[in-house]
Design a protein around this ligand. Structure first.
Ligand code: AMP
Length: 122
């Protein structure tokens, strides 16, 4: 899948639409999800043009990959989520219901998040 330069997160990176920013560095941008699924729900995205985790892990440089993961850890710490716990999650493709075609890692925290996913037969 080719990268869509007009996806909503590309526009946020370019500053064409606003976001509720919580962190930014050379490789990553983090902002609050517009439709939060937990008291704390932040998205951490690479600044480079990667469609999903598949694209990112295949094509991004080691520095970009390290930069994004460092940013995830820093954001989680800075938001005070480490003591009680947080969940990081990323959706790739149809079955995972990826909506925005720019790689992003969700950070959820601020409540008991329950089990990770439903059992297979439910
Ligand atoms: P996913 O299903 O993993 O692709 O999740 C996409 C996420 O992006 C959803 O949780 C949306 O609520 C969130 N989202 C969509 N547009 C915006 C926006 N403009 N600012 C912040 N979050 C957004």
């Amino acid at each position: 899948m080719a990268y869509d330069e007009n996806n909503i997160f590309a526009k946020i990176i370019r500053g064409e639409i606003p976001c509720d920013k919580v962190y930014e560095d050379d490789h990553a941008l983090a902002f609050r999800d517009i439709n939060p699924q937990a008291p704390t729900h932040v998205l951490v995205i690479p600044k480079g043009p990667y469609v999903s985790s598949d694209d990112f892990t295949e094509k991004a440089s080691d520095a970009e990959i390290a930069g994004l993961m460092r940013a995830v850890g820093k954001v989680a710490r800075d938001l005070g989520t480490v003591a009680d716990g947080y969940r990081m999650l990323s959706n790739h493709g149809r079955d995972a219901h990826q909506e925005v075609p720019h790689f992003h890692i969700h950070i959820f925290a601020g409540k008991n998040l329950g089990r990770m996913i439903k059992p297979v037969d439910s």
